[in-house]
Ligand binder design. Structure first.
Ligand SMILES: NC(=O)c1ccc[n+]([C@@H]2O[C@H](COP(=O)([O-])OP(=O)(O)OC[C@H]3O[C@@H](n4cnc5c(N)ncnc54)[C@H](O)[C@@H]3O)[C@@H](O)[C@H]2O)c1
Length: 442
């Protein structure tokens, strides 16, 4: 087995940067390569753009085994192994966009040499590693399995959750040959205590998609239940907490204003697209996507309902949106449902302002830009507050102490001192008021 002492990491984002630092800390020489000159400049200025990597940790890695360069200055041909951690977005019609993966493969192909190990780590549909990725790598004449090793090893990091990127989180790997699998696994064992070897790249690709489809479908399930609870006059949060006391066979998911980030609103479509090539319509994925995509519109309807209750129209109302990141305590706003919520509010004539302690400026679906205002200022200005993302850093006592009307989409009001009729909760209705009669079963 080759000793893989020099590694190239292609793509230094949420996935590639932590991996590069982990390998560097494990004593392996790492060249981090990114196509973005801005990203490379930022990293070499010792500034980490990622919540879970401190500037100090980055600085120490750069003083040790890590170097960071842009693609023009990279030397991927000198590495024993390369990991590809580039984005896998979807098109506006929700088809896979393999542009960055193919771009990274073309880059590596131009430098590929015998004996190298190439590991794709970007989340993608089964058949990518052995299909388009391999085809591009082999353009120069070298063959996977004989001239170089090829594997897929998905990533499980969960931004904002430092425990999710530690060495105790098991990793999956599947190579195009048993030798490629065990070589990639041996390398990953420098940074992970448990590496599970699978029979093929396709199995590893599908296992990663199963993890994210599972989340998306379960979030859709509770979002749907939230809509039913509003009609039944029940509190979905109480119901979920009650079900979660079951110590087996149940996993707690919570409703909200929609799904966001790079993974959950994106990855499932990689599988439904691929399934269609097998004459298989994955209705589970399409239905879950449909339910989750409709949640921002429902939030806009709740705001209209809250204002209506006070004899106010949406048109001309001043609405403060709290939290625009796609989840709490991160500075990542990619695909955040806040974007559709804000567009929906503005589209109905509301005057919208935002506060997010982690995000200085935010664009909605229609390209309007909002600068984060001071909380104090926002609370003094707004007719209604919509809580989209409940960051720990927001002063919740001030929010519920001062706001006249709060539309709470993420249960930020529990434990707060609130007044009857002040808070309209997604999945539960008005707190402190009797729900409308639900009607008796016939
Ligand atoms: N963010 C997550 O939580 C997470 C978790 C698990 C898996 N993933 C998957 O990992 C992959 C990477 O996601 P991410 O969140 O790190 O993306 P990111 O956008 O944070 O980072 C990707 C980086 O790759 C660079 N890049 C793009 N094309 C390139 C190319 N051809 N050559 C070199 N660099 C290139 C970009 O400039 C960027 O810095 C995606 O497939 C994603 O689905 C992400």
């Amino acid at each position: 087995m080759a000793s893989d002492g020099r590694i190239a990491i292609i793509g230094l984002g949420y996935v590639g940067l932590p991996l590069a630092i982990a390998f560097a800390e494990a004593g392996i020489q790492v060249e981090g390569i990114d196509v973005s000159e801005g990203r490379v400049r930022e990293l070499n200025a010792r500034h980490s753009p990622i919540d879970d990597i401190s500037d100090e940790r980055l600085t120490a890695a750069l003083a040790g085994n890590l170097s960071v360069v842009d693609s023009a200055d990279g030397h991927p041909g000198e590495a024993d192994a390369a990991f590809v951690c580039v984005p896998t977005p979807i098109t506006p019609t929700k088809d896979p966009d393999l542009g960055p993966v193919v771009g990274a493969a073309e880059y590596l192909a131009a430098h590929l040499r015998k004996g190298q190990l190439i590991v794709l780590q970007s989340t993608t549909f089964p058949g990518t590693t052995t299909g388009p990725f391999r085809e591009v790598l082999e353009r120069g004449g070298l063959r996977a399995g004989t001239d170089f090793d090829l594997a897929f090893a998905p990533e499980r990091v969960n931004p904002g959750d430092p425990g999710s990127s530690g060495r105790s989180i098991p990793r999956l790997v599947g190579g195009t040959t048993p030798a490629a699998t065990s070589r990639a696994a041996a390398l990953l064992r420098h940074v992970n205590d448990r590496v599970v070897e699978l029979s093929s790249p396709d199995a590893a690709e599908l296992a990663k998609l199963l993890e994210n489809v599972f989340r998306n479908i379960n979030i859709a399930l509770v979002n749907n239940l939230a809509l039913l609870c509003e009609r039944m006059g029940l509190d979905v949060w109480e119901v979920i907490d009650a079900a979660a006391t079951k110590p087996f066979g149940f996993m707690r998911f919570t409703p909200g204003p929609g799904v966001g980030g790079h993974c959950i609103p994106v990855d499932p479509y990689y599988l439904s697209w691929r399934a269609r090539q097998f004459d298989f319509i994955d209705r589970f994925i399409e239905l879950a996507g449909d339910i989750n995509l409709a949640m921002p519109r429902h939030v806009v309807d709740l705001v209209a309902e809250g204002l209506n209750d006070r004899g106010r129209a949406m048109k001309g109302a001043k609405i403060g949106v709290l939290g625009v990141a796609f989840k709490p305590n991160v500075q990542d706003a990619r695909n955040s449902p806040a974007s559709s919520v804000i567009s929906g509010l503005a589209g109905r004539g509301a005057d919208v302002a935002i506060h997010d302690p982690h995000i200085p400026s935010f664009r909605d679906d229609d390209g309007r830009t909002y600068a984060s205002r001071e909380l104090d200022d926002l609370l003094g200005w707004a007719d209604a507050i919509v809580v989209v993302t409940a960051h720990r850093a927001i002063d919740w006592a001030a929010v519920f102490g001062r706001a006249d009307l709060v539309i709470d989409t993420v249960d930020s009001s529990t434990g707060q001192d609130i007044r009857p009729g002040q808070v309209l909760r997604l999945g539960a209705g008005w707190i402190g008021r009797k729900p409308l009669a639900a009607g008796n079963p016939a």
